[in-house]
Ligand binder design. Structure first.
Ligand code: NI
Length: 171
């Protein structure tokens, strides 16, 4: 289902607008398309903050000689059950292990899990990358966008393409 487009005014500093128009020129898209992309990205980011379904990679570097650390980490992962989708373990040297844990769950829970593991004594480095696990929202179809861009390279700036895809499809 396609949502109606609504027009609204945007106030912006002149130099910021000039920078935006530079990107508009370079990419052969419209101001509206760029703003919509930015807003979509921000909406996803906001959802990740609020506990949306997400996938994550948690990277840990730890010293396996620290008492009970390996057991603690393993036990923790067992408790997460299905939340752990995959684990990669590399023995970096005599002391250090590198572990990458692929997790699935609510973003806020994943963040909590990560904070706890990263704070565990013996874990020296690490971090988590959380990505909202949802299909991308409806937008101008990707092939058409790619085509519009490729097109522009072929014949420089002869004509505008940007709003074409939706209209062309209905014919
Ligand atoms: Ni190891």
């Amino acid at each position: 289902m396609k949502s109606e487009l609504v027009r609204f005014g945007v106030a912006m500093e002149e130099d910021l607008l000039a920078a935006l128009d530079g990107i508009v020129q370079d990419r052969g898209v419209t101001r509206s398309e760029i703003l919509r992309d930015l807003v979509r990205a921000e909406v996803v980011r906001a959802r990740v903050g609020k506990g949306a379904p997400a996938v994550a990679t948690l990277t840990l570097v730890y010293d396996h000689h620290v008492r009970e650390l390996t057991e603690k980490l393993t036990e923790f992962q067992h408790r997460l059950g299905d939340g752990v989708r995959s684990t990669l373990h590399i023995h970096l040297d005599e002391n250090r292990c590198l572990e990458v844990i692929v997790l699935h769950g609510r973003s806020d829970e994943l963040k909590r899990v990560a904070d706890r593991l990263l704070a565990t004594r013996g874990v020296t480095h690490g971090g988590i990358e959380i990505i909202a696990d949802e299909p991308p929202q409806k937008r101008a179809p990707a092939p058409a966008r790619a085509r519009a861009r490729a097109h522009r390279h072929e014949h420089a700036q002869e004509h505008e393409h940007a709003p074409a895809p939706a209209r062309a499809r209905r014919r």
